[in-house]
Ligand binder design. Sequence first.
Ligand code: DAH
Length: 391
Amino acid sequence: MPRGRPWDCRSRLRSRSAVTLPTGRDEAAPTPAEAVSAKVASVQPVGGETAGQPVAIESFLAELVVFREAAAAALDGVADSAGLEQARIEFLGARSGRLKAIQKLLSGLALADRPAGGRHFNEAKGAVTALFAAVADRLAAGGAAGATAAAIDVTLPGEPVRLGHVHPITQTIRRVQEIMARLGFESVDGPEVEDQWHNFEALAIPAEHPARDPLDNFYLAVARGSDPLLLRSQTSTVQIRVMENRQPPLRIVSLGRVYRPDTADATHYPMFHQVEGLLIERGTTMAHLKSVLRQLASSFLGGDVHVRFRPSFFPFTEPSVEFDMEWGGRWIEMGGAGMVDPAVLAAVGYDPEDVSGFAFGLGVERIAARRYGVADIRDFYRNDVRFLRQF
Ligand code: DAH
């Protein structure tokens, strides 16, 4: 218990105390527990006056001090609910508790002293009642008295559990998938280890094409027969895999990792992610392509984003374009796109006279960097939580 309580003037007051418990019991027969507590109380009689007899205010206040002190001391030693109940009966018992006895003295105070006496009485009653409640809480929380209560301080703040969250690149992938789903594009996956057919040939990239140079690709030491395998260098492979297995109409989007032996710098990394979109239907035009890209850009970046096409070349689209988005007052290069080359449609067994379509591809890191204002894409892979925590 804390020492030096505000009512610690007890020694001075106690010496002047001459008040005793009323002797006449005018109440119904006590319960066994109250009988015990009455016995305890009688060991330390409070005074000799009977109710109604004059009581000096000093004596009255001294009684309150003794009461508070004794209650606090008794509660200090309480170790279980039975002990607590016993102490409650002794100090706060409605029939013959020590507080009740002091209450009876109130009527003996001079009229002028009664308001002050009442106030002190209520104060003492409130304080001791609160002490009882605190001990009851402590016992309910499983803490025993003394040592255990001191060892476990239930008022200390807990240790915060740090929750992780989804990586900004994964967040970006999910966001693009969500936007494209609203436009009717189904999300599909493809393998990261690819063969020559899916990564190059079916996409009209012939054997002599510089894109197949071993220095520009991660060829694996293992091969499938005489067919070299490689880590895919683009997600356009998924276009072929889907078209080989399904019939048009088709709307798919595929987001995943691709690999190129680039030296890592602020805008390059040997592994990065691409978004691949493909739509095959009757009567598709470049206007459809442009409006889909514009919808994607506007939803992803927010606001009304304009899209611009610049003529370009990709082996698997004809015509081919590079597309830019106007964002923050600047035109920003986003990726490549075009109408799927009839040679590609024929390679997967489609009739180019019957169906047409468009395809587009863009870098996930690039759009994530734009959106979040990240200047160096290597930051996405440093796994520094101080950086990652911001998204
Ligand atoms: N695969 C191309 C690249 O990695 C990007 C691309 C361009 C994808 C045009 C497409 C497309 O689907 O139509 O550079």
